[in-house]
Each structure stands twice: as structure tokens, then as C-alpha cells.
Design a protein around this ligand. Structure first.
Ligand code: AR6
Length: 170
């Protein structure tokens, strides 16, 4: 059986899945958008764990396209997988960078043993990518890379993002 993939409207912080993916920045210490919402819902222990990552395994933060897991703390999800999307505003326009976010997040999910994962529309907010392009890259990458039996849910804010992902899945 191959991966089951769906797109829903909603708030990623309330999803009852093994892992949710955070559209973080390289500093790994929180921000606005979905990153801010995840830190708020997970509670201060998430920031404390991210600070520990910065002191130990990730002194220079996380590169664009890379991914790393933390616990979910107060979230329903057991893990948060942090990835850094490409930022169009600083010339990061290569689709391979965005595909790497999805591919590396799936690899981390596999490493921790997650059987279900929820993604937001990485880079479609502050980082300025067109949500239609994000949806095409996300769906193509997940179709190519997700392990059999992994449940993948795209959780979208707003009608425009939801319909872009529904079209990409159709
Ligand atoms: N659930 C699901 N989707 C959400 C939620 C939520 N709770 N909140 C926002 N979105 P963005 P980026 C959608 O800006 O473009 C942060 O400051 C939002 O509508 O969160 O990758 C980081 O720290 C949009 O469609 O992420 C970085 O500095 C999508 O999530 C920077 O923003 C992504 O928007 C990353 O920018």
C-alpha cells in the first residue's frame, strides 16, 4: 500500500497525528505564522528544547531544506519536525530547496517512527512562495518519497491554500 495523502482546512497545532511539521527559520527559536502558533500551543518546553539543539547538535541553526525533530510537548502530536523553507524575498527560488523540506521531513518522520504526519504550506506565507507552486511541489515530493503506509495530511489555512492542494492532489 502506498502513502495515504489528504488535504484539509484547519489549524496544524490541533492535529492528532504522530508528527507535525513546522515551517521554521534557520535560527530555530520561533517566529510568526505557523511557527509562532506551534510554539504557543506546545508551550515553553519546546523553545527550551530548541535552545538545547542550538547549544549541541545545531550551533549554526538549520539550513534551508534541512529538518530536525523535537518532542511535541503540550501538543497532541508526539513530535514536531522543524524545517526551513526557501525565502523568495532573499532570492531562494529553486524548487529543489522546497522539495528538500518535504523529503527531509519525511526522512526524519521515518527515523523517529511516525506513522502519520501533517504538513503546513511551507514557504507560502512570510517566505513569499505562490501557494499553487508550493502545492505542486509538496504533492509531487510526498508522492515520490513517502513510505508505504505513512498517512500524510496537508493542513491548510484558508480557502485558496486548500483548493491549491486539492487541485494538486486531483
Ligand atoms: N495551521 C496551519 N497553517 C498555518 C497556521 C496554522 N496554525 N498558521 C499559519 N499557517 P508561514 P513561511 C499557514 O508564514 O512562509 C515564521 O515567522 C499560512 O497561512 O507560517 O514558511 C518563521 O519563523 C501559510 O499558508 O511560513 C519563518 O521566519 C503557511 O502556513 C517564516 O515565518 C506558511 O506560512 C517562515 O515563512
Amino acid at each position: 500500500m502506498s502513502a495515504r495523502i489528504e488535504a484539509v482546512a484547519g489549524d496544524i497545532t490541533t492535529q492528532e497525528v504522530d508528527a507535525i511539521v513546522n515551517a521554521a527559520n534557520s535560527g530555530l527559536l520561533g517566529g510568526g505564522g505557523v511557527d509562532g502558533a506551534i510554539h504557543k500551543a506546545a508551550g515553553p518546553a519546546l523553545l527550551a528544547q530548541c535552545r538545547r539543539l542550538r547549544r549541541t547538535s545545531h550551533p549554526d541553526g538549520l539550513g534551508v531544506g534541512e529538518a530536525v525533530a523535537t518532542d511535541g510537548h503540550e501538543l497532541p502530536a508526539r513530535w514536531v519536525i522543524h524545517t526551513v523553507g526557501p525565502n523568495r524575498h532573499v532570492g531562494q527560488i529553486d524548487p529543489a530547496l522546497l522539495a528538500a523540506c518535504f523529503r527531509n521531513s519525511l526522512a526524519v518522520a521515518r527515523q523517529v517512527g511516525a506513522t502519520s504526519i501533517a504538513f503546513p504550506a511551507i514557504s507560502a506565507g512570510v517566505y513569499g512562495w505562490d501557494v499553487e507552486e508550493v502545492a505542486r511541489i509538496a504533492v509531487a515530493t510526498v508522492r515520490a518519497e513517502a513510505s508505504d503506509d505513512l498517512q500524510v495530511r496537508f493542513v491548510l489555512f484558508g480557502e485558496k491554500a486548500l483548493s491549491a492542494f486539492q487541485r494538486a492532489l486531483a
